[in-house]
Design a protein around this ligand. Structure first.
Ligand SMILES: [Zn+2]
Length: 61
């Protein structure tokens, strides 16, 4: 097939905040902390990060 669509924005990669693994943006978990945005490869890493207590409580209202 053609290779015309090899750079679509949805294919952007992010690095997980916990395990540093690169995952596709559309498969990542994005968490907003104050005015900072963190990326996780999944809920497992997000919960591990929460348990580590690097940030007190994340409450956005
Ligand atoms: Zn991870």
């Amino acid at each position: 097939m053609a290779e015309l669509l090899d750079s679509t924005p949805e294919k952007a990669m992010i690095s997980c905040e916990v395990c540093l693994r690169e995952v596709p943006f559309d498969q990542s978990s994005v968490v907003e902390v104050e005015d900072y945005v963190m990326y996780f490869c999944g809920l497992e890493c997000y919960q591990a990060w929460r348990r580590a207590g690097k940030v007190a409580e994340v409450e956005t209202k």
